[in-house]
Design a protein around this ligand. Structure first.
Ligand SMILES: [Zn+2]
Length: 105
């Protein structure tokens, strides 16, 4: 299964595209909040790709909520780095709750 081409984050529709950074960059993803794009390296392991995409979406969420402006880049990155693995595990480990949340409108 491939990642979607778009994600909706607050009022904004982000476009997801693949990108390959120079090897010495060690970068596998990037969220551009002004261009509304999330770029990711599609050559990484699928499990790592899930982490990368959630990480970049969380950057878009902290931007949309205004937290990233309040925290500054360093704290925003620290929050997103620490929060992503636990949130990813939570989403994977609780499919029944995720289905409920999606349909409980
Ligand atoms: Zn980051």
């Amino acid at each position: 299964m491939n990642p979607p081409e778009h994600v909706q984050i607050g009022p904004h529709r982000y476009t997801l595209t693949t990108h390959v950074w120079p090897e010495d960059d060690h970068q596998v993803g990037e969220c551009d909040k002004h261009a509304l794009t999330i770029r990711y390296d599609d050559t990484q392991h699928r499990s790592q790709l899930a982490d990368t995409l959630l990480h970049e979406c969380l950057h878009a969420i902290t931007y949309a909520t205004g937290f990233s402006n309040e925290w500054g880049q360093e704290l925003d990155e620290a929050f997103v780095c620490r929060f992503t693995p636990t949130l990813l595990s939570f989403l994977r480990d609780n499919p029944d709750l995720i289905r409920f949340l999606q349909k409980a409108t």
